[in-house]
Design a protein around this ligand. Structure first.
Ligand code: HEM
Length: 209
């Protein structure tokens, strides 16, 4: 029963979150064609037309890393993770009193859009992750999987899936908005995760060109 419940927990926690993250990747690829082009060029330069990138090669793909980090920040797939309850009695955190048995809930959206942490946080700008020399820099205030002891247990799997999904698709396909559509609207829906509203897109195979 414990094994069954654990498998169910993993499935429930991964299905909506990962699906939403993959939809956001497609959304931003369509809305930012220049970035799509630059990701394609970088992947072709590092891997050529025949080989697909492996996750261990990610440090050689700074634009891909920057794009993924910016999607996770800007879209903030899990804006407000499930609440947690204090295990200890009343305590204080940065001057705030937290009573015993209080339920505490993080706001990851607020962290990812905090003007004291990010320049123009509402702007989608993968450049913010790149140094002037074009190297990718990590930032500890990007916390899409939350932080602390209850950090998402699937974070490494999710990062791997997102990287492989993005690089493999961008290598072989181009993604465009439907005829006459310029920008897909940033409207979203939220259940367990924040997802873009359903949108149409045109997928063209690069190899047939
Ligand atoms: C982009 C994809 C994902 C995002 C953004 C995400 C985000 C999160 C966040 C913010 C939490 C809450 C942490 C907290 O309570 O402080 C969480 C919990 C959790 N996630 Fe993920 N997650 C993703 C993918 C996955 C995948 C692929 C799996 C499993 C294979 C998974 C399994 C879990 C589980 C089991 C928990 C509960 C952990 C606990 O309560 O200790 N997640 N996730």
């Amino acid at each position: 029963m414990d094994l069954f419940q654990s498998c169910l927990d993993l499935l429930m926690a991964s299905k909506d979150t990962l699906t939403a993250a993959l939809c956001w990747l497609l959304f931003y690829l369509v809305n930012y064609p220049d970035w799509q082009q630059s990701l394609h060029q970088e992947i072709m330069k590092v891997c050529g037309a025949s080989g697909y990138p492996s996750y261990s090669e990610r440090s050689r793909l700074p634009h891909v890393q920057a794009f993924i980090s910016e999607v996770l920040r800007h879209a903030s797939v899990v804006c407000v993770p499930p609440q947690h309850m204090l295990k200890v009695g009343a305590t204080t955190l940065q001057g705030y009193d937290i009573p015993a048995n209080a339920q505490v809930c993080a706001n990851l959206w607020a962290v990812h859009h905090d003007e004291s942490l990010w320049l123009n946080p509402h702007r989608f700008s993968p450049d913010r992750w790149l140094t002037p020399q074009g190297e990718y820099t990590e930032c500890s205030t990007l916390i899409p999987f939350s932080i602390g002891q209850r950090l998402c247990v699937g974070s490494q799997l999710a990062e791997m899936v997102i990287f492989l999904f993005l690089t493999t698709l961008v290598q072989d396909f181009t993604f465009k908005p439907p005829e006459g559509v310029h920008d897909l609207p940033l409207d979203s829906t939220y259940r367990l995760a924040r997802s873009p509203l359903p949108f149409d897109l045109i997928v063209e195979c690069r190899k047939s060109n």
